[in-house]
Structure formats: C-alpha cells, structure tokens
Write a protein that binds this ligand. Structure first.
Ligand SMILES: Cc1cc2nc3c(=O)[nH]c(=O)nc-3n(C[C@H](O)[C@H](O)[C@H](O)COP(=O)(O)O)c2cc1C
Length: 178
C-alpha cells in the first residue's frame, strides 16, 4: 500500500468534524512486520489471561488468538487511532468532564469512519478491532506512543481477498418517527 494512498486516508480522517475543532485524534501507522508481531503477541498474552480467568476452554482461547494474530500480522497496514484529552476543555465537575471525554471519543470515531470510507473508495478492505481498549498501556508500550495518547482501536487495512456479505437490521427496527 503506497504512502500516497495512506496519506489520502489519513487526510480524509483529519477532515472529520471534532468538538471545538480541537482534533483530539492521533494516529499510529504500523507497517513494520516486527512491530505488528510484537503488538499481536503482547495483546494475545493479555487476552489469554482474561479469557482463562473467564473460564474459557483453552482450545477456544487459542483458536480466537490465532484468528486475531493472523489478522494483525497478515494485514499490510494497521492504523491505531488514539484519543488525547490534552487540548480538550477541563471542568470543575465530573459530569461535564465525562461529556467532554465522550465528545473527544466521538470525534475520533468520526475521523475513523472517514478513514474507513476513504479506504473503501480506494478499493481497500478494513476491519475495526476493539482490542486496544482493553489493553491501552500495553499498546502504548509496544508502539512507543506518548503517554497522553489513548489507543481506541486497531484498523486493519489491505486489499480484500474475498467479498463479505453485509447485514443490517431494517430501518423500522432502529428508527422512531415523531
Ligand atoms: C466500536 C467497534 C468495535 C469493533 N470491534 C471489532 C472487533 O474487535 N473485531 C472484529 O472483527 N470486528 C469488530 N468490529 C467490526 C464489526 O463487527 C462490524 O462493523 C460489523 O460486524 C458489521 O460488519 P460490516 O462493517 O462489515 O458491515 C467493530 C466495530 C466497531 C464500530
């Protein structure tokens, strides 16, 4: 995947709307096989611990981990979107700080959606993986990210090998009109 394509995707991302136009998104682009391997192995270790503590069957755990590892190391590019609260407003009360944090995360999600749409338009396939939400410190360490960056997801990117059937519930089950 060329730098030019990645530039286009990241540019689409940063043109998303954001709360107070503070642009609280940060992106780590991972192309190195070594870094992908390190990231995947470290997340797998944490996931294995969590699933074992949940009482999951060991064969099931290893199956899930193998699928995740294949995705993370098989994708040519991983993008790790992060949120930072550095430039967001700070209030004296918990409720408004909570709302501000939600706004920052909504802004990052919008940037990611822009990126995913641009990826689709460029003929790329992608998957949003939520794993970093469960192990943010580990992801920051594996990717050597600033402490203020909070990883929100991993977006895998690559040229798709197969078509996937999409499904959505009908509008009638998701919308009310008043
Ligand atoms: C917040 C969020 C978290 C997600 N986490 C995962 C994930 O961890 N693993 C995964 O395979 N897909 C994940 N997905 C992708 C959804 O499973 C996917 O969008 C949904 O099944 C619909 O499929 P489609 O987007 O291909 O139509 C996530 C999507 C979102 C928005």
């Amino acid at each position: 995947m060329s730098d030019d394509v990645l530039d286009k995707l990241l540019t689409a991302a940063i043109w998303a709307p954001s709360a107070h136009n503070r642009q609280p998104w940060r992106f780590c682009v991972v192309r190195s096989a070594t870094v992908k391997q390190r990231l995947s192995e470290r997340m797998a270790a944490a996931w294995r611990t969590d699933l074992s503590q949940d009482g999951a069957d060991p064969a099931y755990i290893e199956r899930r981990i193998a699928i995740s590892h294949a995705r993370l190391t098989g994708a040519p590019v991983l993008i790790v979107p992060c949120v930072t609260m550095e430039e967001m407003d700070v209030y004296p009360d918990v409720a408004r700080n909570h709302a501000e944090r939600t706004m920052a995360m909504q802004s990052v999600a919008l940037a990611c959606q822009n990126l995913l749409l641009a990826a689709h338009a460029a003929g790329l396939g992608s998957c949003w993986m939520c794993a970093p939400l469960f192990t943010p410190a580990l992801v920051c360490d594996a990717l050597d990210l600033p402490e203020t960056w909070e990883p929100q997801a991993i977006l895998t990117l690559g040229y798709p090998a197969e078509e996937k059937q999409k499904e959505r519930a009908p509008l009638s089950q998701r919308v009310v009109w008043r």
